[in-house]
Design a protein around this ligand. Structure first.
Ligand SMILES: [Zn+2]
Length: 358
């Protein structure tokens, strides 16, 4: 019944969240952070109310009683026509991931954590069907009052002007509220443009019961394309060397010019998955990659292994970190046997040096 109580509490919060904002943004307004947001404020610690953090596991989750399962899922089809102008509540559906939901609503994954301070971060990492999440209209932090702090205290905690809190279109505070007012327990305050504590959003993301970790992914570019592939396996966001043997560092990462690193060796040398994931491209690529394997790690990261002489995995296969995926070669735009190894995050090549020692 604790879960039910929490759900009821959440429902009442949702109603607060959905109350019409007192001064709505003009039609056609974009999600530029509101001027009231204190966009330059330093990173602040989000709600620290120990009572809120002490919710039991699954505290605000309907649970696996079947009720949530009866909801009609509509994964990957809902796209907001325009950005939100208020805090909404989203019910987690089959196939959802933190990254997928964030993308759907055009916010950072971290904002899902910062916007749901009453959900234990670890529970959020393991999304469950039916879990209800606050979706902020833009990146920021939601603070739930602990009943002890004054408005001035909270403003100081986030490094913002208290009047910015009072006059924020996303908060429902009386304009004449005194700064020494202790806000009632669970009063919701929205801070757009403010960052919360750093969150490791790279941890495994799993939808309970579905086994689906990363939504559906397609990498185009040649006969090796897998088409739309469901990502089953989530990576650890920790990358290891993609070769089972030695290598010579040949060419470095220069974004836009050379989107990965070249590691030279001998044709036939074993190429291994840098992290667990699902194969979303396996075969010949029309571009310079030659024979290519792409692994989607289900957490926003993809790794590319190019110029292979042999592709050792099939489309859609789940691979674990260190698993053999092919052999080094010199296919495609290459002048000698080497592995072109590339890490993309959200579709953008990032420096492999950030993620592993080469
Ligand atoms: Zn290369």
């Amino acid at each position: 019944m604790l879960a039910l109580t929490a759900l009821t509490l959440f429902a009442s919060l949702a109603i607060i969240a959905l109350l019409p904002a007192r001064s709505r943004a003009p039609a056609g307004a974009t999600r530029t952070p509101a001027p009231s947001a204190g966009a330059t404020a330093p990173a602040a610690t989000p709600s620290l109310d120990p009572n809120l953090l002490a919710l039991p596991p699954g505290g605000s989750v309907p649970g696996s009683d079947g009720i949530a399962l009866a909801r009609a899922p509509e994964p990957f089809t809902f796209m907001p026509e325009r950005d939100l102008d208020e805090v909404r509540v989203y019910t987690v559906q089959q196939g959802d991931t933190i990254f997928g939901i964030a993308q759907k609503f055009n916010i950072k994954p971290e904002t899902l954590f910062w916007g749901n301070p009453d959900i234990n971060a670890r529970n959020l990492q393991f999304l469950q069907l039916g879990m209800e999440l606050r979706i902020m209209p833009a990146d920021g932090v939601i603070h739930l009052a602990n009943g002890q702090q004054t408005l001035a205290d909270i403003a100081a905690q986030y490094g913002v002007d208290p009047y910015d809190i009072i006059f924020s279109e996303y908060n429902n505070l009386p304009a004449d509220i005194a700064l020494d007012t202790k806000l009632p327990y669970n009063t919701q305050l929205v801070f757009i443009g403010v960052e919360g504590a750093p969150i490791d959003v790279g941890a495994p993301v799993v939808v309970e019961g579905s086994g689906v970790g990363g939504g559906s992914v397609k990498v185009s570019g040649g006969p090796g394309s897998c088409g739309l592939t469901t990502v089953h396996t989530a990576g650890r966001s920790v990358f290891s060397l993609p070769l089972s043997g030695g290598y010579t560092f040949m060419q470095d990462f220069y974004p836009g010019i050379h989107n990965g690193v070249d590691l030279a060796g001998s044709t036939g040398d074993g190429v291994i998955a840098a992290d667990g994931g699902t194969v979303v491209f396996a075969g010949l690529h029309n571009g310079g990659y030659g024979y290519l394997v792409v692994i989607d790690h289900g957490n926003g990261f993809q790794t590319y292994y190019g110029h292979l002489s042999r592709v050792g995995v099939r489309c859609g296969a789940g691979v674990s970190a260190g698993q053999y995926i092919g052999a080094m070669g010199s296919t495609g735009n290459s002048t000698g046997p080497h592995l072109h190894f590339e890490i993309q995050q959200g579709g953008v090549p990032v420096s492999p040096h950030i993620h592993l020692i080469l």
